[in-house]
Design a protein around this ligand. Structure first.
Ligand SMILES: CC(=O)N[C@H](C=O)[C@@H](O)[C@H](O)[C@H](O)COP(=O)(O)O
Length: 223
């Protein structure tokens, strides 16, 4: 299977946390199949079990492990052990928080090196600012993604829309492929991401979370 995320492609994030009725590998595997049939070129999934389940779609799979630690803001693949478990589950690409924020784990440089050199996999760097994108390129990331824009204390409050400006800024400064992720909630916004210089686009909530989609409709009707 090609490990490359096809240029101009849509990657679907198939995630449901424990409080979500769709939580669990059976539902996430089905989501991955639906995404594939709809034209996705890649899947992003959380945790070894869901990664294993999503491989049924036969698409390049970006694995993450959300591990929360009291008092520390970093939770996306915060250590090498988590990366190793994702590799064992069959992830082709491993995503991690590449911000310099305090963490209860390993520093991002060492995780990036471990993924590349020891696991032999591609690295997907989740960042929130231009400087973090520049640093991730220096660390050797295969992809740099805007995932965390609006979710770090220094980029809050989270705007309603995605961070197209960050994509443009990154595109003018780095040669590493940029992936647009975070609040690309309509087909037009996903298209705008490519026009702003993104290599590919990740969409999660608005494709794979019926609860959130329902909330958006219900809110609109309640106005
Ligand atoms: C900040 C954070 O933890 N983002 C997570 C990263 O894996 C997911 O919760 C998002 O759903 C994903 O990034 C896709 O974004 P959106 O759901 O907006 O299309």
């Amino acid at each position: 299977m090609s490990l490359e995320l096809k240029r101009g492609g849509l990657i679907v994030s198939c995630q449901a946390q424990a409080d979500n009725p769709l939580h669990g590998p059976i539902f996430m595997g089905a989501m991955a199949l639906a995404a594939r049939d709809g034209g996705a070129v890649g899947i992003r999934a959380n945790g070894p079990e869901d990664v294993r389940a999503c491989r049924v779609a036969g698409l390049p799979t970006i694995g993450i492990s959300k591990i929360k630690s009291d008092g520390f803001p970093v939770y996306i693949t915060p250590n090498r052990a988590a990366a190793q478990d994702l590799a064992k589950a069959g992830a082709d690409i491993i995503a991690l928080d590449c911000t310099p924020r305090p963490r209860n784990g390993d520093d991002p440089e060492s995780i990036v090196r471990f993924i590349r050199d020891e696991l032999g996999l591609e690295v997907f760097a989740d960042i929130s600012t231009l400087d973090e994108g520049l640093a991730a390129e220096q660390m050797g990331a295969t992809y740099v993604s805007t995932t965390l824009s609006g979710y770090t204390s220094y980029t809050e409050p989270k705007p309603e829309g995605p961070d197209l400006k960050l994509i443009e800024a990154l595109a003018s400064r780095i040669s590493t492929p940029i992936v647009a992720e975070g609040r690309f909630n309509t087909p037009q916004l996903a298209r705008n991401a490519l026009d702003a210089g993104a290599h590919a686009v990740v969409v999660g909530t608005m494709i794979t979370s019926p609860r959130e989609i329902t909330r958006a409709f219900a809110r609109s009707l309640a106005k």
